[in-house]
Write a protein that binds this ligand. Sequence first.
Ligand code: MRU
Length: 338
Amino acid sequence: MAIGKDQRTLTYADGVITMIDQTKLPQTESWLTIDTVAELVGAIKRLSVRGAPAIGIAGAYGVAMAARLHDPATETSAFDASVAAIREARPTAVNLAVMVDRVTPIARTDAAAAEAEAHAIAEEELAASVAMGDLGADLVLELAGKDAVNAMTICNTGGLATVARGTALAVIQTLHERGVLTEAIPLETRPLLQGGRLTTWELERMGAPHRLIVDSAGPFLLARGAADVVLIGADRVAANGDTANKIGSFSLALACQHAGIPFIVVAPESTIDMTTASGADIEIEDRGPAEVISVRDTPVAPPETNAMNPAFDVTPVELITALVTETRVVRFTNGETL
Ligand code: MRU
């Protein structure tokens, strides 16, 4: 099945989650049908579904599914263990825990209401993507002071990472739909190549002009004026505005400061974690050496090589021009706060 431009990448019906398998893209568009908690946890851990809002939605559906499999009233410990496994599948993106915690109390008393709540979450995230696209595009054009812009981005923040359209990539899609995107510049995003594999795939499908770059080219190209703005998503925005996002985001922020280019975070309100004071308190997932010493199962280092593999970094709020959510634009460089 070929996925449409704005088609949902994750759906749920009758106890079954259907999702495009992101690990197989761009070569193969294959869909997973998931009807056990263990399968869902595996899919989240290996990044078959990934991106903060998308794993939040998957987690919400997972709790609804768990309530069907284990009646919370009579099989409480099995239900609780399922919820805990889903909640802990990945630590950095706050959306997963937030959405699991939102659906779980409902699932304890009413499985049908839990499914309705999970569907409501997916609808909210979709509406948020559209709103972020509009607010973000307006802001980019204002800050760039130009009729058309080049936009650099990292990782994948599109429909694959949400339910459709996305966050930072929704802004790029909106700029393109308005006819004011000159070029998108995605970074390939080692080690798992979400930019090279997924963002290019989405840009191609939306017909947006783009050129892929290796991660280390980003700061240099910004210094040379190749982009008017950098747009990133977020896995967790701390109360002070510090933002955890895909590893490599921080280097782009430093380069933006050097070049005098706006660095904009685009994320739904659900990604803001007011219980985490600053970026120093955000747990950063380390995914282990295997992803660093090989690329798509091809070794790129001696097999015994040890490696560090932080999946995310934290950009301090001082380097962030603004945060765009579905309801507001917070201009940190103007002294605004969350
Ligand atoms: O490890 P990933 O691919 O899940 O990381 C995803 C990101 O860092 C995204 O930028 C973030 O989740 C925002 S997605 C709209």
